[in-house]
Each structure stands twice: as C-alpha cells, then as structure tokens.
Design a protein around this ligand. Sequence first.
Ligand code: UT7
Length: 322
Amino acid sequence: MPAVPNGVRGAVITGWGTALPEKVLTNVDLESMMETSDEWIRDRTGIVQRHVGGTTAGLSTESGRQAIEMSGCDPADIDALILATTTPDRCVPATASTVQELLGLSCGANDLNAACSGWVYALVNAHGLIAMGANKVLVIGTDTLDRITDYTDRNTGILFGNGSGAALIEAVDGPGQLLSWDLDSVGAAESALFAEIGGVLEMEGKEVFRRAVRLMADSATKAMAAAGVDAEDITLVVPHQANIRIISASLDRLGIPLEKASIVLDRTGNTSAASVPLALAEALDENRVADGELILFVGFGAGMSAASAVVRWSPDAAESIA
Ligand code: UT7
C-alpha cells in the first residue's frame, strides 16, 4: 500500500478515449437466449445493455487514438504502450504489438492481465516507467468478453460486454497526480472466477460478490491511508463496473456516498479491464472533478485481484515535460 515517495518523477493524464462496438445486446434480447428477465437483471445488477463484437486490437486502437489526439502529443514520442486485457486477440503475440503498429507507435508494447483490476494495475505500472525515465506512456484497458461468455448461462451471460478505455500519461517536473496505490491478489480464491484456455467464464457469483465488496473496501482503505486522505476528501470514485450492488455495498463500507461514483455499467455491462477507464472518461467529459480534487480508482476481479489508486486531478498538461 505504498504512498508515492517524495522526489519521484510523476505524471499527469493529458488525454483519454473510449471505444464501444456498435452492436448492442439488451436485457430484453437476453430473454430469448436464456431463462432471465429484464426486470431481474436491472434489479440485481443495474445493467440494462452491453455492447458485443469488435476485436481487442480494434477497440484499443480507437480509444488509444482518441487519447493521443486529445493529448496533442506526437505518436513518435510515446515511450511505452501497456494494454490491460484478459481477452487478447491471440495467445501470441501480445495484442499490444498489433495496437502499436495500428497506432504508428515505435515503442515497447506489452499486454498485462490482472482481469478486471487490469487498467489500474497498468496505470501504476506506467507510473513506474515514468519514474524510470519514460516521458509518455499510453495505458489502455480493453476486453472483448463476448468471446469467452456463454450467452446461454444466466449466471454469467447477463453480466459481460465489450469495450475499451485509454489514457495517455506524461511526465512532469516534480510530483504528478498519483499520490498512492495498492495492488492485491488472493490466488487462493482463483477458482471463484476463471476461464480455461479455449473455454468460457465460470463463476461462483455469490462468492465473487462477497469477496469483491471486502476486497474493494480493503484496497481503497489502504490506498487512502497511504495518501493520508479520508473518505470525505474524495470527490470522484471510479470503481470497477461489475454490479451496482457491489459498488454500493463497498462504498457504504468506505463511508462514501454512491453519488460520488461514476457509473456506466447500466449501458456497458461489465467490460473487465475497460470498465474503469470508460467510467473515468465519462466523468472527465462531464467535468466532475476540478483542479486539486481527489479521484479514487478501485477495481477488483478474477485472481482474485484488487487495485486502488488515489490521484489528485490537475486538468492540463502545462507543466508536462518533453
Ligand atoms: O468482474 C467480476 C465479475 N463478476 C461479478 O462481479 C459477479 C458477482 N456476483 C453477482 O453480481 C451476483 O451474484 C449475480 C448477479 C451473478 C447473481 O445475483 P444474486 O443476487 O447473487 O442472485 P442469486 O445467485 O442469489 O440468485 C437469486 C435467485 C435464484 O432463484 P431462487 O433460488 O431464489 O428461486 C436464482 O436462481 O435469482 C435466480 N437467478 C436468476 N433469475 C433470473 C439467478 N440468476 C438469474 C438470472 N435471471 N440471470
């Protein structure tokens, strides 16, 4: 649960982007595919629709391109690309390599798999690269879960969808936005949610729910303590979008009102590594955080993994270097 040490080279987010495939699968559509109902799914999850189709490389290229354009940086100046995904297009090579080529980058590129916590893991890893001298890092979270979801299984088929979100971070002179971070994994619980290679997602829903609430609250508490901030100091929470009842219960534990959370799951379902950057992008587009205010990222997922970060928002890159 480290606080970012004094004197470490920091970074700011200077651009962001999103991508969702065109095809929408509504709860009503699912009623003809499995024994479920729109009403049950809305009540028990908060989800109304999800997007399906597309490829991990294609969606990543779209969100990544938007983030680069918003930042105004030259793609040739990007030092690294990290793509958080559980659903690479192929086993080998990393899908990040394909995205690198499609975006015209000439930097190191790797995939990172920490399931639904992946984008927050990638953001922390990217700050590590910045501390080691990188100037600009593109951090993408993308999943195409329709490829590993059994849409006849009502236990899992109602939850998942496809999407992508990206942020470009740039080094600054002096401290950057990231104040603290926490990365967790409870490998002993991996059987609660998994997919074999070539298989589909299998899940003990209740067990995942129970652990998720605790993991999110614990991870966020550790990150806030390391940053030296309290729940009431947080302006915006960007949680993993799995189930509105999980978000609500974990924020209850933390003493943070649900209104402070950015919620997109009603329109996207659970998009795994894409869910945090999708929710972040929407909140930033809606100007929900002002200069100097605090954002709490908190994710959980298969593994079972968890990841949190506390960020002090600064809205422009005026101080970024290189
Ligand atoms: O990124 C991490 C990904 N995974 C998660 O976050 C999943 C965490 N778990 C959950 O979100 C919830 O456990 C689920 C949404 C998967 C299930 O919700 P629940 O409130 O835990 O439902 P349940 O399994 O306790 O089932 C309650 C009732 C049962 O009927 P009876 O036994 O009370 O008559 C189920 O058979 O609801 C029934 N049911 C459904 N009915 C309609 C379960 N799934 C469905 C369904 N449609 N899809």
